[in-house]
Design a protein around this ligand. Structure first.
Ligand code: KIV
Length: 259
Protein backbone atom coordinates (compact mmCIF):
# COMPACT_ATOMS: atom_id res chain seq x y z
CA UNK A 1 0.00 0.00 0.00
CA UNK A 2 1.37 3.49 -0.83
CA UNK A 3 2.05 5.84 2.09
CA UNK A 4 -1.12 7.65 3.16
CA UNK A 5 -1.26 11.42 3.07
CA UNK A 6 0.48 13.15 5.97
CA UNK A 7 0.16 16.79 4.93
CA UNK A 8 -2.14 18.86 2.71
CA UNK A 9 0.90 20.03 0.71
CA UNK A 10 1.07 16.47 -0.72
CA UNK A 11 -2.31 16.87 -2.48
CA UNK A 12 -0.99 18.16 -5.84
CA UNK A 13 1.45 15.27 -6.14
CA UNK A 14 -1.32 12.78 -5.34
CA UNK A 15 -3.51 14.41 -8.00
CA UNK A 16 -0.69 14.00 -10.54
CA UNK A 17 0.50 10.51 -9.67
CA UNK A 18 -2.25 8.83 -7.62
CA UNK A 19 -3.38 6.67 -6.01
CA UNK A 20 -6.86 8.17 -5.44
CA UNK A 21 -7.46 9.71 -2.03
CA UNK A 22 -9.44 7.64 0.48
CA UNK A 23 -11.37 9.99 2.75
CA UNK A 24 -13.73 9.16 5.63
CA UNK A 25 -15.67 11.09 8.25
CA UNK A 26 -15.06 10.95 12.00
CA UNK A 27 -16.71 12.79 14.86
CA UNK A 28 -15.19 11.14 17.95
CA UNK A 29 -11.86 10.03 19.39
CA UNK A 30 -11.97 6.23 18.90
CA UNK A 31 -13.24 6.33 15.33
CA UNK A 32 -10.76 9.03 14.31
CA UNK A 33 -7.88 7.11 15.89
CA UNK A 34 -8.87 3.87 14.16
CA UNK A 35 -9.18 5.58 10.75
CA UNK A 36 -5.82 7.33 11.18
CA UNK A 37 -4.09 4.11 12.23
CA UNK A 38 -5.74 2.21 9.35
CA UNK A 39 -4.28 4.59 6.75
CA UNK A 40 -7.10 6.83 5.55
CA UNK A 41 -5.73 9.84 3.64
CA UNK A 42 -7.94 12.62 5.03
CA UNK A 43 -10.41 12.74 7.90
CA UNK A 44 -13.49 14.93 7.57
CA UNK A 45 -15.35 16.11 10.65
CA UNK A 46 -18.47 16.49 8.54
CA UNK A 47 -21.69 18.13 9.60
CA UNK A 48 -23.25 14.76 8.71
CA UNK A 49 -22.55 14.54 12.45
CA UNK A 50 -26.04 15.95 12.90
CA UNK A 51 -27.72 12.97 11.29
CA UNK A 52 -25.53 9.95 12.06
CA UNK A 53 -24.50 10.90 15.62
CA UNK A 54 -26.95 13.46 16.98
CA UNK A 55 -30.19 12.14 15.47
CA UNK A 56 -31.17 15.37 13.73
CA UNK A 57 -33.29 15.18 10.55
CA UNK A 58 -30.67 16.97 8.40
CA UNK A 59 -27.49 19.02 8.76
CA UNK A 60 -29.19 22.41 9.18
CA UNK A 61 -29.45 21.97 12.96
CA UNK A 62 -25.70 21.56 13.42
CA UNK A 63 -24.08 24.53 15.17
CA UNK A 64 -20.53 25.83 15.26
CA UNK A 65 -20.33 24.87 18.95
CA UNK A 66 -21.15 21.25 18.03
CA UNK A 67 -18.50 21.26 15.30
CA UNK A 68 -15.91 22.68 17.70
CA UNK A 69 -16.66 20.01 20.32
CA UNK A 70 -16.29 17.14 17.83
CA UNK A 71 -13.34 18.60 15.91
CA UNK A 72 -11.41 18.87 19.20
CA UNK A 73 -12.14 15.18 19.97
CA UNK A 74 -10.92 14.13 16.51
CA UNK A 75 -7.81 16.29 16.86
CA UNK A 76 -6.89 14.52 20.12
CA UNK A 77 -6.96 11.19 18.25
CA UNK A 78 -5.27 11.91 14.94
CA UNK A 79 -1.49 11.90 14.61
CA UNK A 80 -1.04 11.84 10.83
CA UNK A 81 -4.03 12.36 8.51
CA UNK A 82 -4.96 15.99 7.82
CA UNK A 83 -8.28 16.86 9.51
CA UNK A 84 -10.89 18.89 7.60
CA UNK A 85 -13.73 20.45 9.60
CA UNK A 86 -17.09 21.56 8.17
CA UNK A 87 -18.33 25.10 8.61
CA UNK A 88 -21.96 24.44 9.60
CA UNK A 89 -25.14 26.05 8.29
CA UNK A 90 -25.32 29.83 8.86
CA UNK A 91 -21.73 30.06 10.18
CA UNK A 92 -20.41 31.71 6.98
CA UNK A 93 -23.04 34.19 5.84
CA UNK A 94 -20.52 37.03 5.39
CA UNK A 95 -16.75 36.95 4.71
CA UNK A 96 -16.14 38.27 8.25
CA UNK A 97 -18.30 35.58 9.84
CA UNK A 98 -16.74 32.88 7.64
CA UNK A 99 -13.25 33.87 8.71
CA UNK A 100 -14.16 34.10 12.40
CA UNK A 101 -15.83 30.64 12.28
CA UNK A 102 -12.93 29.13 10.33
CA UNK A 103 -10.44 30.52 12.87
CA UNK A 104 -12.36 28.88 15.72
CA UNK A 105 -12.26 25.50 13.96
CA UNK A 106 -8.52 25.92 13.32
CA UNK A 107 -7.99 26.87 16.98
CA UNK A 108 -9.39 23.50 18.12
CA UNK A 109 -7.14 21.62 15.72
CA UNK A 110 -8.55 21.51 12.19
CA UNK A 111 -5.98 21.51 9.38
CA UNK A 112 -8.50 22.86 6.84
CA UNK A 113 -12.12 24.01 6.72
CA UNK A 114 -14.88 23.23 4.22
CA UNK A 115 -18.03 25.11 3.25
CA UNK A 116 -20.85 24.35 0.83
CA UNK A 117 -21.30 26.50 -2.26
CA UNK A 118 -19.69 27.87 -5.41
CA UNK A 119 -19.50 31.27 -7.08
CA UNK A 120 -21.89 32.86 -4.57
CA UNK A 121 -19.44 32.18 -1.73
CA UNK A 122 -16.18 33.34 -3.30
CA UNK A 123 -15.86 36.39 -0.97
CA UNK A 124 -16.08 34.02 2.03
CA UNK A 125 -13.56 31.61 0.44
CA UNK A 126 -11.13 34.46 -0.29
CA UNK A 127 -11.36 35.75 3.28
CA UNK A 128 -10.46 32.28 4.56
CA UNK A 129 -7.67 31.61 2.06
CA UNK A 130 -6.12 35.07 2.40
CA UNK A 131 -5.88 34.49 6.15
CA UNK A 132 -3.69 31.45 5.41
CA UNK A 133 -6.34 28.85 6.29
CA UNK A 134 -6.42 25.85 3.93
CA UNK A 135 -9.83 25.64 2.29
CA UNK A 136 -11.86 22.75 0.84
CA UNK A 137 -14.90 23.45 -1.36
CA UNK A 138 -18.13 21.44 -1.66
CA UNK A 139 -20.36 21.63 -4.73
CA UNK A 140 -23.12 19.57 -6.34
CA UNK A 141 -25.77 18.36 -3.95
CA UNK A 142 -25.48 20.58 -0.87
CA UNK A 143 -27.00 18.97 2.24
CA UNK A 144 -27.27 22.34 4.02
CA UNK A 145 -29.67 23.46 1.23
CA UNK A 146 -31.90 20.38 1.42
CA UNK A 147 -34.88 22.30 2.82
CA UNK A 148 -34.70 24.99 0.10
CA UNK A 149 -34.31 22.34 -2.59
CA UNK A 150 -37.00 20.00 -1.26
CA UNK A 151 -34.79 16.89 -1.11
CA UNK A 152 -31.46 15.35 -2.08
CA UNK A 153 -31.14 15.54 -5.86
CA UNK A 154 -28.49 14.46 -8.38
CA UNK A 155 -26.72 17.46 -9.96
CA UNK A 156 -25.38 18.05 -13.47
CA UNK A 157 -28.16 16.29 -15.35
CA UNK A 158 -28.77 19.17 -17.79
CA UNK A 159 -26.11 20.99 -19.88
CA UNK A 160 -26.91 24.22 -17.96
CA UNK A 161 -26.34 22.53 -14.59
CA UNK A 162 -23.12 20.97 -15.90
CA UNK A 163 -21.84 24.40 -17.03
CA UNK A 164 -22.78 25.95 -13.69
CA UNK A 165 -20.94 23.23 -11.77
CA UNK A 166 -17.83 23.69 -13.92
CA UNK A 167 -17.98 27.45 -13.35
CA UNK A 168 -18.37 26.92 -9.57
CA UNK A 169 -15.42 24.51 -9.50
CA UNK A 170 -13.21 26.88 -11.52
CA UNK A 171 -14.11 29.79 -9.23
CA UNK A 172 -13.25 27.80 -6.10
CA UNK A 173 -10.02 26.66 -7.73
CA UNK A 174 -9.05 30.23 -8.66
CA UNK A 175 -9.86 31.37 -5.12
CA UNK A 176 -7.31 28.89 -3.78
CA UNK A 177 -9.19 25.75 -2.69
CA UNK A 178 -6.78 22.87 -2.04
CA UNK A 179 -9.54 20.31 -2.62
CA UNK A 180 -13.26 20.15 -3.29
CA UNK A 181 -15.99 17.63 -2.55
CA UNK A 182 -18.20 16.79 -5.55
CA UNK A 183 -21.41 15.39 -4.12
CA UNK A 184 -24.05 13.53 -6.19
CA UNK A 185 -22.84 14.89 -9.51
CA UNK A 186 -23.28 12.91 -12.72
CA UNK A 187 -19.98 11.06 -13.34
CA UNK A 188 -19.11 12.73 -16.69
CA UNK A 189 -19.37 16.21 -15.17
CA UNK A 190 -17.39 15.16 -12.07
CA UNK A 191 -14.70 13.80 -14.41
CA UNK A 192 -14.65 17.05 -16.47
CA UNK A 193 -14.32 19.13 -13.30
CA UNK A 194 -11.46 16.91 -12.11
CA UNK A 195 -9.60 17.54 -15.38
CA UNK A 196 -10.32 21.30 -15.27
CA UNK A 197 -9.08 22.21 -11.77
CA UNK A 198 -5.75 22.13 -9.91
CA UNK A 199 -7.48 21.26 -6.62
CA UNK A 200 -8.02 17.61 -5.73
CA UNK A 201 -11.60 16.51 -6.30
CA UNK A 202 -13.14 14.14 -3.77
CA UNK A 203 -16.31 12.48 -4.98
CA UNK A 204 -19.30 11.08 -3.15
CA UNK A 205 -21.94 9.57 -5.39
CA UNK A 206 -20.10 11.12 -8.36
CA UNK A 207 -18.52 8.13 -10.12
CA UNK A 208 -14.89 7.00 -10.21
CA UNK A 209 -13.42 9.82 -12.30
CA UNK A 210 -12.44 12.02 -9.35
CA UNK A 211 -9.12 12.33 -7.48
CA UNK A 212 -10.55 10.55 -4.46
CA UNK A 213 -13.65 9.21 -2.74
CA UNK A 214 -15.28 10.19 0.54
CA UNK A 215 -17.85 8.26 2.56
CA UNK A 216 -19.63 8.80 5.83
CA UNK A 217 -17.97 6.18 8.05
CA UNK A 218 -21.28 5.09 9.55
CA UNK A 219 -22.38 4.08 6.01
CA UNK A 220 -19.11 2.22 5.37
CA UNK A 221 -19.24 0.16 8.56
CA UNK A 222 -23.02 -0.30 8.77
CA UNK A 223 -23.37 1.69 11.99
CA UNK A 224 -26.50 3.62 10.91
CA UNK A 225 -28.82 0.87 9.62
CA UNK A 226 -31.92 3.04 9.29
CA UNK A 227 -30.64 4.84 6.20
CA UNK A 228 -27.73 4.29 3.83
CA UNK A 229 -27.38 6.09 0.46
CA UNK A 230 -27.47 3.71 -2.52
CA UNK A 231 -23.87 4.51 -3.64
CA UNK A 232 -22.38 3.62 -0.21
CA UNK A 233 -21.38 -0.01 0.08
CA UNK A 234 -21.35 -1.23 3.71
CA UNK A 235 -18.22 -3.33 4.36
CA UNK A 236 -19.10 -4.27 7.94
CA UNK A 237 -22.24 -4.62 10.03
CA UNK A 238 -21.53 -2.74 13.24
CA UNK A 239 -25.26 -2.37 13.93
CA UNK A 240 -25.79 -6.15 13.89
CA UNK A 241 -22.71 -6.73 16.12
CA UNK A 242 -23.88 -4.05 18.56
CA UNK A 243 -27.34 -5.62 18.76
CA UNK A 244 -25.84 -9.11 19.21
CA UNK A 245 -23.43 -8.02 21.98
CA UNK A 246 -26.20 -6.08 23.71
CA UNK A 247 -28.61 -9.04 23.61
CA UNK A 248 -25.85 -11.37 24.91
CA UNK A 249 -25.19 -8.98 27.77
CA UNK A 250 -28.88 -8.61 28.60
CA UNK A 251 -29.37 -12.41 28.58
CA UNK A 252 -26.25 -13.06 30.68
CA UNK A 253 -27.13 -10.34 33.16
CA UNK A 254 -30.60 -11.78 33.50
CA UNK A 255 -29.16 -15.24 34.19
CA UNK A 256 -29.80 -17.04 30.90
CA UNK A 257 -26.95 -19.19 29.45
CA UNK A 258 -25.50 -17.80 26.20
CA UNK A 259 -25.88 -20.34 23.38
O1 KIV B 1 -20.81 16.24 6.20
C1 KIV B 1 -20.26 15.35 5.54
O2 KIV B 1 -20.05 14.23 5.98
C2 KIV B 1 -19.87 15.66 4.17
C3 KIV B 1 -19.56 14.50 3.29
C4 KIV B 1 -20.80 13.81 2.90
C5 KIV B 1 -18.76 14.92 2.13
O3 KIV B 1 -19.84 16.79 3.80
Amino acid sequence: MPAPLAHLSQLPERKRSGPPLAVLTAYDYPTARLLDEAGVDLILVGDSLGMVVLGLPDTTGVTLEMMLHHTAAVRRAVKRAPVIADLPFRSYETPEQALASARRLMDVGADAVKLEGGIGFIPQVKAIVQAGIPFVGHIGMLPQSVREEGGYKKKGKTPEQGQQLLADARALDEAGAVAMVLESIVPDIAHDITQAVRASTIGIGAGRGTDGQVLVTHDLVGAFPWFRPPFAQARADVAAETRRATQDFVRETQGEAIG
